[in-house]
Design a protein around this ligand. Structure first.
Ligand code: KG4
Ligand code: ZN
Length: 347
């Protein structure tokens, strides 16, 4: 690894094809994301077979663009010094969790490049990538921080103690927060993905109209959203006159209430310096506002990633890959993709 610590990251776990070049896990040099959301929208969800095929078409062009953004040609050499050394120190790719056919495209591409360039390959847990996303935009952040990672597939509370060192404090016991948004949106006949639709609609609704349940769980930092989804369905059946805007606002209020309360409790428990949002649900406007307010009121810093850092991208994979390489070395080239990979603590 040179001093620049330049990692090429590749992300193909779901419906975004992404590549990025990041230095020392902190500085984004280039980041390219090609979203397939339009491709899947008319099916109301990601179609694995279509995702895999789109990744095959898009991965090399996206990687080429990311390299170009870092001043490198497709052979990994500087445009200004085409006979010089390879300008990448390691190649990281998401190995899981995700769709197997989608993951394999990024993993195979990353291994081939690592082999051709004779640099280490690092297989990264996608969820660990999300943990570093907000930090990429706040390199000055003081640790430990508590990270609320809320996406379509996961809802996790994680203590990030140092780069590369984290502990899982709690998780959803049933549906993920994003999944609850998507399912309620679908029930209300809104578009896909449902989170942004509910976010938009809620602005014109009355969040105090319906008091939906805030489920408690055995683990103090765990979450449960499936009862809430059922409560929405029962309420709408019993009150056909209620508007979608009021249901969306009241539902969103219940989700955000629980997410913020648990994160605040976790931050207090671990003596965190601040708190970070991560994952697709971090784009939610009410969640961002409440999160910022609640931590400011306690004298703690909150880190709210930009929209591009909330959703899937490869800069976060490159950053996670850099810290993983420092801590545990390269991943063997015969390691496979792991569709159901879990996030466990690093210790
Ligand atoms: O992290 P992400 O892009 O994909 C993974 O699941 O890995 O998250 C997508 C999820 C979807 O469930 C989507 O509905 C939700 O994030 N989401 C939102 C918003 N934007 C995206 N949920 C609530 N409010 C939003 N503004
Ligand atoms: Zn994700």
């Amino acid at each position: 690894m040179t001093d620049r610590g330049r990692v090429l990251g590749i992300e193909t776990s779901c419906d975004e094809t992404a590549a990025a070049v990041v230095e020392r896990g902190r500085t984004v040099v280039s980041s390219i994301v090609s979203s397939q959301v339009d491709l899947h929208a008319r099916y109301g969800g990601v179609v694995p077979e279509l995702a895999g095929r789109a990744h095959i078409e898009l991965t090399l062009p996206v990687v080429t663009d990311a390299l170009a953004g870092a001043g490198l040609d497709r052979r990994g050499r500087s445009f200004t010094d085409p006979d010089g050394p390879i300008g990448i120190d390691a190649v990281a790719a998401t190995i899981g969790p995700g769709l197997i056919g989608a993951l394999l495209v990024g993993v195979s591409t990353a291994k081939a490049l690592a082999l051709a360039w004779d640099v280490p390959f690092v297989g990264v847990n996608h969820l660990e990538g999300h943990l570093y996303a907000a930090m990429l935009e706040a390199p000055e952040a003081e640790l430990p921080v508590v990270v609320l990672l809320a996406s379509g597939g996961h809802t996790l509370l994680v203590a990030l103690d140092a780069p590369g060192s984290y502990r899982v404090l709690g998780a959803t016991v049933d549906d993920a927060a994003g999944e609850a948004f998507d399912k309620v949106a679908r029930y209300l006949g809104l578009g896909y993905p449902g989170g942004p639709e509910i976010d938009r609609l809620a602005v014109s609704g009355d969040a105090a109209l319906i008091r939906f349940p805030r489920a408690s769980t055995a683990g103090v930092f765990d979450f449960s959203f499936s009862g809430l989804k059922t409560a929405v369905v029962s309420y709408v059946r019993a009150h056909p006159e209620v508007t979608n805007a009021d249901v969306a606002a009241s539902f969103q209020e219940a989700v955000v209430d629980v997410l913020v309360a648990r994160t605040v409790a976790a931050a207090e428990e671990i003596g965190a310096r601040g708190a970070c949002l991560a994952g697709g649900v971090a784009a939610n406007s009410l969640l961002r506002a409440r999160f910022a307010e609640s931590f400011a009121a306690r004298g703690l810093v909150s880190y709210l990633p930009s929209h591009a850092m909330c959703t899937d991208n490869a800069a976060m994979i490159a950053a996670a890959g850099y810290f993983q390489l420092q801590r545990s070395g390269p991943t063997p080239l015969d390691a496979g993709a792991v569709p159901d990979l879990q996030l466990r603590g690093s210790k």
